[in-house]
Design a protein around this ligand. Structure first.
Ligand code: NAP
Length: 289
């Protein structure tokens, strides 16, 4: 959406195609408190504000999934799941990343039956019940914080003894009576027939314990979703677009921005920075045609 904003202000037209929620991953964040000039805001409100800002500048929006991008001379033809085709001189790929899965038995079949990836979306279902959160980054810490407000108990399971996420969040969680840290531990099994009723956790010494929970919120990071663009952009070993700060790709007129790109810091600020860089590069490209 930042890319669209910059492109529009440079006098171009811009269409944003989104398959899920405008704003992407940030709509899952209950509270954003590290975006410059905004003390505290929910991820959905921040996304709504940016969407309104882009629309007020003239952005067009489509809720659909891109299935392919074909080159036809200088024109890029974008085909979507619903069969629509759009033509553009430049395309900015900003597909973000999707939640990583644990890769343990029965995880797939219990998705939606206890295994969740979004505390903001699904946390309310577990009001008054015990849940576990797995992960040690800001997503896991934020999920644990949100769930601790309504769930009877929150087990925060992390594979190491220290967290990757912000110290302030760790401190706040440590002070919560209904939050228990289960460190140096991994989830090794999911318990329950049709619905999750518990998890088996194994620590670094090999000792296991079962914990009764109704919900498990997996927050162990994200993986990119760039596969369908692999002929147009170079991907690194992890599947991220192998592009630098300039957001250029090996294909003239195709740019990448945000978490889908190889980078060290994946934050709102860096995603927005990429959006502006990619849009201005796209405008320069279009003007050169
Ligand atoms: P992340 O920072 O990459 O953290 C992923 C966590 O999951 C790490 O603690 C990692 O453990 C653990 N992990 C990875 N694979 C695992 C596996 N197979 N089994 C068990 N644990 C595993 O991911 P994130 O928390 O989703 O955050 C992504 C980015 O978004 C970060 O830069 C974060 O700061 C940012 N973010 C920002 C906000 C905000 O600004 N409001 C909110 C949420 C997220 P290790 O620590 O051992 O590697």
């Amino acid at each position: 959406m930042t890319a669209a904003l910059y492109a529009l202000r440079a006098g171009k037209s811009a269409l944003i195609i989104e398959k899920n929620a405008f704003g992407g991953q940030i709509t899952w964040s209950p509270k954003v408190e590290n975006f410059p000039t905004i003390e505290s805001i929910s991820g959905t409100e921040l996304a709504d504000r940016l969407m309104e800002q882009a629309m007020n500048q003239g952005a067009e929006m489509e809720l659909d999934e891109v299935k392919s991008i074909e080159l036809d001379g200088d024109i890029k033809r974008v085909t979507t799941e619903f069969g629509a085709q759009f033509e553009a001189k430049a395309v900015i790929i900003a597909t973000g990343a999707k939640p990583r899965m644990l890769g343990i038995d029965r995880e797939n079949e219990l998705v939606g039956a206890g295994v969740c990836f979004c505390a903001v979306c699904d946390g309310a279902f577990y009001k008054g019940r015990p849940v576990a959160v797995n992960g040690g980054g800001n997503s896991a810490l934020q999920d644990a914080m949100l769930l601790s407000e309504t769930c009877s108990r929150v087990y925060l399971i992390h594979r190491r003894d220290s967290f990757r996420g912000e110290a302030k969040l760790v401190e706040a969680l440590s002070a919560k009576e209904n939050v228990e840290f289960v460190l140096n531990s991994s989830i090794t099994a999911l318990i329950g027939e049709d619905e999750l009723t518990g998890i088996s956790v194994t620590d670094n010494t090999g000792a296991s314990r079962d914990i009764a929970v109704d919900g498990l919120f997996v927050a162990i990071g994200h993986a990119p979703d760039n596969g369908i663009f692999s002929e147009l952009i170079e991907l690194d070993k992890g599947g991220y677009a192998d592009s630098g700060e300039d957001c250029l790709t090996k294909t003239a007129g195709i740019f990448v921005a945000g978490d889908c790109r190889k980078k060290t810091v994946r934050q709102l600020t860096t995603a927005a920075a990429d959006g502006s860089a990619a849009a201005l590069a796209a405008c320069t490209y279009i003007d050169s045609l």
